[in-house]
Write a protein that binds this ligand. Sequence first.
Ligand code: URA
Length: 390
Amino acid sequence: MSALLMAIYLRGMTPAEIARWTAAMVGSGQRFDFTDLRRDGKPLALVDKHSTGGVGDKITIPLLPVVMACGGAVPQASGRGLGHTGGTLDKLEAIRGFSAELSKNQIRQQLCEQGAAIFAAGELAPADRKIYALRDVTATVGSLPLIASSVMSKKLAEGARALVLDVKVGRGAFLKTEPESRELAQTMVDLGNANGVPTRALLTDMNRPLGYAVGNAIEVAESLDVLAGGGPADVVALTLELATEMLAAAGIDGVDPADTLRDGSAMDRFRALIAAQGGDLSVALPVGAASETVTADRAGVLGDLDAMGVAMAAWRLGAGRASPGEPVQAGAGVRIHRRPGEPVAAGEAVFTLYTDTPERLRPALAELDGAWSVRDTAPPELPLVIDRLG
Ligand code: URA
């Protein structure tokens, strides 16, 4: 299998080969079907989203309750982080008691009663779990056909009737260039549509981290800010863009997803969902016991911020894992105090790093070297949504 993965990495696959490979991965496990489920006598508007992996990409956390509050039902098979990108499950498990180990019956019950279920991919496309671990050790993660089949095998198996993909482009993404990401998006859209799941994709910027928080608990806290009607502008904007796409894909109209952040209904949905999965939001989120602050040595505006440098710092602090199955630190991460273009005075904080393991601070600080600068003029604004496909 390692030799085959390397051959695929080097030679690519034809569309027919990708389709056949993806079908075999879907067929390696269960395929959920929730079309018999009803709420108020009507079939559920089953829709999901998936991101190809970003830095500070906590969007699933505020997005699900927004879509639930607008009448959508989201069966969300989530993964753990590997390499430099975080996983939604690692983030949510920073909430005391939260569990994503749901039985099929629990998923069905939650979809009807709550409008969403967040569960470990587990029995869905189990071949992906094994292949993903091999890709990690054979350095074949960044292969377009392997990413497309990995994402789509889980999503085709999870029982959504429509799918929205957030395909990342840039330094912090698995595929760095726009043409590669565009081809990845089109490949996944074609796979979804060919398998009876209407699929659309947004190409979004991942040169800079999303928001001000990169890690686990720290990203949950930022998501709660968004659900409370605040939060960073880019996180709010991407949440609402993806919600709009999901609602359109699910055939829900006449609702404004932004209202659910203003009127608190998305927050209510989030609290109910987390409680249904055993989580206790009244317990303070963990913060790493050791911290270090990086300050600006001159006044100016923050220049560009390299998502990969910030991701690697968070990973060194213990927010991510080096091999599958390793534990992550819930309280580890990076708080970004200034985003590109924001003014900063000499001596003011630019980053705070958190970890439970003080010896991790030095290597994490080294990862940030060269990832940021203070300059006289603001760097160019980067559009958050680059394009829409499907
Ligand atoms: N997300 C996945 O599920 N698989 C990949 O290969 C990359 C991102």
